[in-house]
Design a protein around this ligand. Structure first.
Ligand code: ADP
Ligand code: MG
Length: 231
């Protein structure tokens, strides 16, 4: 497995400003951020083979340096239950992407474990020209996009900072469990915030990082999508 430094310097050498999802996820793994299991397939048969190894249901996603927002172009297919569905999703993804952008350079299709639906949170990082990298936390969907219910701290953050970030969002009661829905694993989120802080402090080439969404369970969490943009 390539190291974060190797992946970043390769991207710089290639003149790429954004890392591919598998590259971003390998970097996450190096820092102890849990991610969905994945394999990069180059054709339908390989996709079906990887799906069997990973276990159904699976998710297929386009991997291309030209496509940053994969679902906007029909580049994500979730809940595929057997090899037949995997093969047709593979074809569909390629044709959707080509329809949208004929010249898109395609690296392959990522086959990944389907994370069961749960409470979704977002961890991010942006760089302040004066203070350097900052870490962001929020709950997924409308909480971040519409309500802008997020907390920020300048990196590096301490464990106490991370805990305050989680407890500081207005939607925090939802994480503690409500109306019979189970509480989310706050410790797992704290660990991800700390790991993200270490990552962006040690790799100042990172301009933006976006773990969106992260599924949080009663025990543990899993990053479903990871995006890293370089300076
Ligand atoms: P993008 O943000 O580039 O459109 P994502 O990888 O975030 O693409 O996929 C879009 C949506 O599909 C996610 O927000 C999530 O709801 C769902 N999804 C993607 N990958 C998985 C996965 N491995 N398990 C479960 N759901 C997934
Ligand atoms: Mg996403």
């Amino acid at each position: 497995m390539k190291s974060a430094s190797e992946i970043i310097s390769q991207a710089v050498k290639d003149g790429r400003k954004s890392l591919l999802e598998p590259e971003a996820k390998i970097i996450c793994k190096e820092y102890g951020i849990p991610v969905t299991r994945f394999e990069l397939a180059k054709d339908e048969e390989e996709a079906a083979k990887f799906a069997t190894a990973i276990g159904y249901p699976v998710v297929l996603k386009i991997v291309s340096q030209d496509i940053l927002h994969k679902s906007d172009v029909g580049g994500v297919k979730v809940n595929l239950k057997d090899a037949k569905e995997v093969r047709s999703a593979y074809e569909e993804i390629l044709s959707n992407v080509k329809k949208h952008y004929a010249k898109a350079q395609i690296v392959g299709v990522l086959v990944q474990e389907m994370a069961p639906a749960s409470t979704e949170v977002i961890v991010g990082s942006t760089k302040d020209p004066q203070f350097g990298p900052a870490v962001m936390f929020g709950l997924g969907g409308v909480f971040v996009e519409v309500l802008k219910d997020v907390t920020f701290r300048i990196a590096p953050i301490t464990e106490e900072d991370a805990r305050e970030m989680v407890e500081g969002v207005k939607a925090y009661p939802l994480l503690k469990g409500y109306r019979g829905s189970p509480p989310a694993d706050i410790e797992a989120i704290v660990e991800i915030l700390l790991a993200t802080s270490r990552l962006v402090v040690e790799h100042q080439e990172i301009k933006e990082l976006d773990l969106n969404p992260i599924m949080v369970y009663e025990k543990g969490a899993k990053t479903v999508d990871a995006r890293i943009i370089l300076e």
